[in-house]
Design a protein around this ligand. Structure first.
Ligand code: SF4
Length: 412
């Protein structure tokens, strides 16, 4: 093993990346490494979802190299899988590992033999004492025309149910109360090994261990009535859904090669709200996809406005090299993309205000986290309203009823 044994890790992008970084840190610490502000190794987990994500990675590496000229910089994650040659030119970079071989970081640093690349490696984060992101699925077999994630992370593969349950046991032993189940295409869990996401949720219910489960982003076509019914009956599965729509125009959804239309999407929201009127529903939307006319955009806006959703994650379309959408001729001009993005962000604010307003006066269970700011503690209700309570150490990591009022809500 090399003598130098300190490291720092920086993560860009999605919850999956955070969960994997957390796992890599934990494993390095188990191998005798220490986290340090003056590290020998700088690990950077990159994202490639937007052009901004790439720029962030480049700027971050330049800054870190200036601050730590002697540190060995190791880059991994989605962007490094897509553009290893570009990254290898960056100053200070010693190694570039793709997404599939990111767990080779540990043998690289310890000089152990490289393992056979595992088909799926699970990971969970535990930096936060109350919540943990648990990765159960990776990769994607869909081919949405704007997406590089599927290329960067490879084909869809999943953990198996028994192993997920073991991970939940471990997380539970660490006294963590809430698990956010994550994946690139979560609803695809188990398809290739004879199980399903519904079966996993049923097994977690039966295990009867962890207090709270949140389902992170799930494709609308894979959010089945059975999953919604299970969530509605479960005390464990939180009434909180994150569903990508991307466009409210069926024509644009076709160009994106998404696997649903707006009618199917609306029916899922209707079903969720019928059984869980209190549910928080977050929706991903892309502004300015190639070919999006004023009419398509207006359809999207009106459609979102008509749905009982809670807020939006708005993404401005950006060309990803090598994707079919990047080669489409009718690219939307940057000012128009910006204008549409602003309109959707404003709509999101209105939706969120309405959602909060609908819950004023209710008492909801909140998992109180450990961060303290100006004498307040913070936490999320079952339906994902961020609230604050006056500091009281005995409340940390408990599920406490909190009345939702204008004064207890903490805007994010
Ligand atoms: S479902 Fe589409 S957008 Fe999501 S990861 Fe797969 S290809 Fe990309």
């Amino acid at each position: 093993m090399k003598n130098r044994k300190s490291f720092a890790i920086h993560t860009l992008g999605c919850k999956l990346n955070f969960s994997e970084s957390s796992d890599i840190s934990r494993q390095l610490i188990e191998k005798g490494f220490v986290l340090s502000e003056q590290p020998d190794y700088l690990l950077i987990n990159t994202c490639a979802v937007t052009g901004t994500a790439e720029k962030k990675a480049r700027n971050l590496v330049a800054k870190l190299h200036r601050q730590h000229p002697n540190a060995e910089i190791i880059i991994f994650g989605c962007y490094s899988a897509l553009s290893p040659d570009i990254i290898a030119q960056w100053q200070g970079v010693k190694a570039v590992l793709g997404s599939a071989d990111k767990m080779n970081i540990i043998p690289y640093m310890t000089e152990e033999a490289l393992p056979q690349a595992p088909h799926f490696f699970s990971s969970y984060s535990s930096h936060d004492r109350t919540r943990s992101f648990l990765k159960i699925q990776d990769g994607c077999d869909y081919h949405c025309t704007y997406c590089t994630v599927a290329t960067a992370r490879g084909e869809s593969r999943s953990d198996n149910i028994d192993h997920v349950l073991q991970n939940i046991e471990t997380i539970h032993r660490e006294n963590i109360k809430e698990i956010i189940i994550t994946g690139v295409n979560l609803g695809d869990f188990g398809r290739k090994n004879g199980s399903s996401f519904l079966q996993l949720l049923e097994a977690i219910e039966k295990q009867d261990l962890i207090e709270r489960i949140r389902i992170s982003s799930i494709e609308p076509n894979l959010l089945t009535p059975e999953i919604i019914a299970l969530a509605a009956q479960s005390k464990r599965v939180m009434p909180h859904f994150h569903i990508p729509l991307q466009s409210g125009s069926d024509r644009i959804l076709g160009l994106m090669k998404r696997r649903y239309n707006r009618q199917l999407f609306a029916s899922k929201i209707e079903e969720i709200k019928k059984y869980m009127p209190e549910a928080c529903v977050a929706v991903d939307i892309i502004a300015g996809f190639p070919g999006e006319t004023n009419e398509d955009f207006q359809n999207t806006y009106d459609f979102l406005n008509s749905l009982p959703i809670s807020y939006l994650h708005v993404f401005t379309y950006s060309k990803r090299p090598g994707t079919p959408a990047a080669a489409m001729s009718e690219q939307v001009s940057p000012p128009l993309k910006k204008e549409r993005t602003t309109q959707l962000l404003n709509l999101s604010t209105l939706k969120k205000e309405q959602f909060y307003h609908d819950h004023y006066g209710e008492e909801r269970p909140v998992l109180i986290e450990s961060d303290i700011k100006n004498g307040w503690l913070f936490g999320f209700s079952d339906n994902y309203i961020k609230v604050k309570v006056p500091f009281n150490a005995s409340l940390i990591n408990t599920i406490t009823p909190v009345q939702i009022t204008q004064d207890t809500i903490e805007p994010e």
